[in-house]
Write a protein that binds this ligand. Structure first.
Ligand SMILES: [Zn+2]
Length: 173
């Protein structure tokens, strides 16, 4: 990531030297945009790694590999406390929300002392999240998924997921 940022900056300064026009040339705008995207991705990577580490501290194993259930982006196996993260989520740029979703299930496992249980969140899910859990016919499963999708779609999803994990899995600070 640092390497990529440095390349962008070098590219940017080369472009400035080559242009005499007062309007920023399109290429500079694009490079700046790319730098912003890289910076955002770098922050997301940092948050992903932090959450992964906290999950491991809480006794969960985070495995970056195809989950045993076909088509799943992420999966938590309650009996083994294993969390699979499908490598495709990195290409789709949804690695962080995927880990956040599974971390909510991890908090649910901690809350139930090994038996997965709802956290009793009072937050309401965003409307666009509803189709993802309303299809579950098993109401217990639907409630578990509702909480995971609700947290995942909050603007402060990372901070929320982290504090839920720390609180329910009794991690320090
Ligand atoms: Zn889920």
């Amino acid at each position: 990531m640092f390497q990529l940022l440095l390349n962008s900056l070098v590219l940017l300064s080369l472009n400035i030297d080559n242009q005499s026009s007062t309007n920023p040339p399109k290429s500079i705008v694009e490079v700046i945009k790319n730098s912003q995207i890289i910076a955002q991705n770098s922050k997301k990577n940092q948050q992903f790694n932090q959450l992964k580490q906290e999950l491991e501290t809480a006794g969960f194993e985070v495995i970056i590999a195809l989950p045993p259930k076909r088509g799943a982006y992420g999966l938590l196996q309650v009996s083994t406390k294993k969390i699979w993260i499908n490598p495709v989520v990195f290409d789709l740029n949804i690695a962080l929300p995927t880990l956040i979703h599974e971390s909510v299930h991890a908090s649910q496992v901690c809350a139930g002392n090994g038996q997965i249980t709802t956290l009793g969140l009072t937050l309401n899910p965003m409307n666009q999240a509803r189709p993802f859990f309303q299809g579950y016919t098993d109401t217990h499963r639907r409630d578990l998924e509702r909480e995971a999708y609700t947290v995942q779609t909050q603007p402060n999803s990372f901070e929320l997921a982290l504090s839920l994990l720390r609180e329910n899995c009794k991690l320090s600070n």
